[in-house]
Design a binder for this molecule. Structure first.
Ligand code: BG6
Length: 478
């Protein structure tokens, strides 16, 4: 299906007065509208408990685009877009609470040509998901609809299973889109292109040539105004079970037989199935100094704002190759990247010369910022004798394509409107991810402090030793 064939649909955002709607969803829909990518019959209905008029909702939306968007909300185009927005205050918990939404949607169908197409987006705290699903069912709005759920999908294996069961009482899996915005990042999708559209990488993408893999998602910001959320979540649930695992599955999966959604998702699930349940002793949980003073955070909190883990993907391709994952807030800089360190050369032909044993070569994929790919190699420095230099071969998105990297929500919303599941998580992937982290969550290792502005606690260096963490963006300071 091409984007021009997108079926007409009315988007209902539950939690429309919340942060995600403001920061991501409204700006993303506006940009898609500007690009002419939304279907002709289209509307957005904001739904949440807050009392707002259509006019107030449109004004909030304009402010959101102004603050978080890439383009100014002005002139004729904004006025046109705003006409597609309406708002309905409503409850989630009371039986039949969404019955009034039916009438509203029918009137939208008449005015906006949305032709009965329904696209629900659950942008609320996950605790509200079961109520949302049941209220949609009370109003009988589910037939033919799509529904998007934000992460986290539960808080462990048991709750994820319960949530999936609840969702399936009303929706078929083919109607469900579990979103993880990392899969909407160009650079994460490019992992598949790099691997499967080039002949040179795949033959060495395995235990024979790769010593270990590192995935870092470092942030320089703290928990900001999300202290209450973080206290219930922590870095393992917020980042590892979702973003870092998705990146790992793209890196480690076998070539799918085709790019059809379920063929690709079969392969990502296989990686998770092959991943051994993570040992709490091979995990480091850190907390930045000052976290306990953040609003909404307990002064005795043991919640982690940093996590480093060693994982084993126990299959033919990866047996014996450790995967090191780390993520944290208030680290030295914002940098998400993947590094594959290649094995040392099997024999040093330069022994007996002045040359030190060469360092390992490695491939680094910069997810963000300075999006690109770097191959770091050893080379002979020009001049007499044999002296080593470290050189890089570098691909930089901005330089090569001169294209702006769009926000991942834009791309994912478009895919979901199209009904394409490729970049959305299937229930079995979500459940297996929790299973891998089950011991770590139920028997957490003690939390250790680290100083803001560093690369996390020293215990994480011990976890990876004798190897060392690849210092983010070392080869490309940006
Ligand atoms: C979100 C997490 O999913 O991802 C946040 O809830 C985190 O805690 C954010 O800050 C990071 O996303 P990005 O795209 O900035 O790396």
């Amino acid at each position: 299906m091409s984007i021009h064939d997108l079926p007409p649909q009315a988007v209902v955002i539950f939690g429309a007065s919340g942060d995600l709607t403001k920061r991501k969803l409204i700006p993303a829909f506006y940009h898609l509208f500007l690009e002419g990518l939304l279907p002709k019959g289209f509307a957005i209905v904001g739904y949440s408990r807050t009392e707002l008029s259509d006019r107030e909702f449109r004004e909030h939306a304009r402010e959101a685009v102004k603050r978080f968007g890439r383009r100014e909300p002005s002139g004729e185009v904004w006025r046109d877009f705003a006409q597609h927005l309406s708002y309905l205050p409503g409850e989630f918990s009371d039986e039949g609470a969404m019955n009034h939404l039916v009438k509203h949607l029918e009137s939208i169908d008449r005015r906006r040509g949305t032709a009965g197409g329904r696209f629900f987006y659950a942008a609320t705290p996950p605790a509200a998901y079961p109520d949302i699903v049941h209220r949609i069912a009370d109003a009988h709005l589910q037939p033919g609809a799509k529904i998007v759920f934000e992460k986290p999908f539960g808080r462990d294996l048991r709750t994820a299973r319960e949530l999936n069961d609840t969702i399936h009482e009303v929706f078929d899996e083919s109607q469900v889109f579990r979103i993880d915005h990392y899969l909407g990042k160009e650079t994460v999708q490019n992992v598949l292109v790099l691997r499967f559209a080039n002949g040179m990488f795949e033959p060495i993408w395995n235990r024979r040539y790769i010593d270990h893999v590192q995935i870092t998602v470092a942030e320089d910001i703290g928990v900001e105004d999300r202290g209450v959320f973080y206290e219930q979540t922590g870095a393992i649930r917020d980042m590892v079970s979702t973003h870092l695992f998705q990146v790992m599955t793209f890196l480690a999966m076998e070539p799918p037989v085709s790019f059809e959604p379920d063929r690709l998702r079969d392969e990502t699930v296989k990686v998770l199935r092959a991943t051994m349940v993570c040992d709490p002793d091979r995990t480091v949980r850190g907390q930045y100094r000052g976290y306990r003073d953040e609003p909404g955070v307990s002064d005795e909190s043991t919640v982690e704002t940093y996590a480093a883990l060693e994982l084993e993907v126990d299959n033919w391709r990866w047996a014996g190759v450790p995967f090191y994952l780390r993520t944290g807030k208030r680290l030295a800089r914002k940098a998400s990247e993947i590094t594959l360190k290649f094995r040392k050369v099997p024999f040093n032909v330069f022994r007996g010369t002045d040359l030190d044993l060469p360092k390992r070569d490695h491939l680094t994929i910069r997810i963000q910022p300075n999006e690109g790919v770097t191959l770091a190699l050893n080379a002979k420095r020009p001049g007499p004798g044999l002296e080593l230099g470290r050189v890089t071969m570098d691909f930089d998105y901005e330089r090569e394509f001169q294209a702006e990297i769009v926000d991942s929500y834009e791309l994912l919303l478009l895919e979901a409107l199209e009904g394409d599941h490729t970049l959305f998580l299937r229930e079995d992937a979500v459940e297996r991810a929790w299973e891998v982290l089950d011991d770590v969550l139920s028997r957490p290792s003690p939390v250790v402090p680290y100083d803001p502005g560093t690369w996390g606690p020293p215990e994480a260096d011990a976890l990876i030793a004798p190897r060392r963490w690849h210092v983010a963006s070392l080869d490309h300071p940006g």
